[in-house]
Design a protein around this ligand. Structure first.
Ligand code: URA
Length: 218
């Protein structure tokens, strides 16, 4: 796996991450969603630098020009519900992409710390031979990403896989590195050291789904 971790590369990206983490700013859910989108836009641009290209001839009012542009073989797949604003940010840039949605949740048996990942909905086009952008804002344990990927393989085997995340843990990064094909790329804006006993990233930012869309009944 090739890891593109922007944690220690100073840029505007970190202003958006700082606002996502900040307890007083993150309460503004519209800003929270937009900041996730903005991170998605920046990571899309970074990712576009390594995608397969194609040449297209463009007709201008004064002539023609050969342009090298990313191949239009991209499927963006996000994990509901927290993945939605990141999906939108990526779709803002890869606006020709096809789209896939999978729902997954953590089932905390007996309300303890242990949990199973339940994947219970998928709407996806064929993935055979395509470039899959697999999107989840929080790469905590990495188990959701792996379970979702295994379910997605029912739709065909993608040629290239790019995992795109806003914030991760070292454990999650190690897990995807061990469990995804070698040619996978991981694009991640920031990585924290610790996961707590319930699988939340510390210091992290809290529950990305709740911050974007409101608290849920447990
Ligand atoms: N999902 C979240 O929303 N936050 C975490 O810290 C981990 C998983």
């Amino acid at each position: 796996m090739t890891i593109h971790d922007f944690t220690s590369q100073p840029s505007l990206l970190h202003q958006f991450i700082a606002e996502l983490r900040d307890v007083s700013i993150q309460k503004d859910s519209m800003r929270f969603r937009r900041n996730i989108e903005r991170v998605g836009e920046i990571l899309s641009y970074e990712c576009s630098k390594v995608l397969e290209n194609t040449t297209e001839t463009v007709t201008t009012p004064l002539g023609t020009k050969e342009m090298i542009i990313p191949k239009k073989d991209i499927v963006i797949c996000s994990i509901l519900r927290a993945g939605l604003p990141l999906h939108q940010g990526i779709l803002n840039y890869f606006d020709h992409a096809e789209n896939a949605f999978v729902s997954a949740y953590r089932d905390h048996m007996d309300d303890g710390d242990a949990f199973e990942i339940v994947v219970n909905y998928m709407a996806a086009p064929s993935l055979e031979g395509k470039t899959l952008l697999l999107v989840d804002p929080m790469l905590a344990t990495g188990r959701t990403m792996k379970n979702v990927y295994e379910v997605l393989l029912q739709q065909g085997t993608p040629k290239n896989i790019h995992i795109i995340s806003v914030l991760g843990s070292m454990q999650g990064v190690d897990f995807v590195q061990e469990n995804f094909p070698k040619n996978t790329h991981l694009w991640i804006a920031a990585v924290d050291d610790v996961l707590n006993s319930r699988g939340y990233i510390v210091p992290g930012l809290g529950d990305a789904g709740d911050l974007a869309y409101g608290t849920k009944r447990s």
